[in-house]
Design a protein around this ligand. Sequence first.
Ligand SMILES: [Zn+2]
Length: 90
Amino acid sequence: MTRREEIIEILSREEKSAQQLANDFKVEMLEILEDLKHIKYSIKPKKLLQRPAQCKKCGFKFKERNKIRKPSKCPRCKSEWIMAPLFRIE
Ligand SMILES: [Zn+2]
């Protein structure tokens, strides 16, 4: 099984951030982001869903859909306590 196939399996079972996947597979997060881009197209008609990053302090939700990287700062309260976007496959 390739890493991409494994990621598809994992995300079909539970929500994970790119960083968590990078830790699981012991690779750079960039590689995971690359995998996710491909997975998005290869799993049709299933969908790769992304729960947006959110500020843990004030609850601000980051809306940019194209950014799958974790933002570093909240634009509203400037907190750096940000919950990374979570991915799942449905
Ligand atoms: Zn905030």
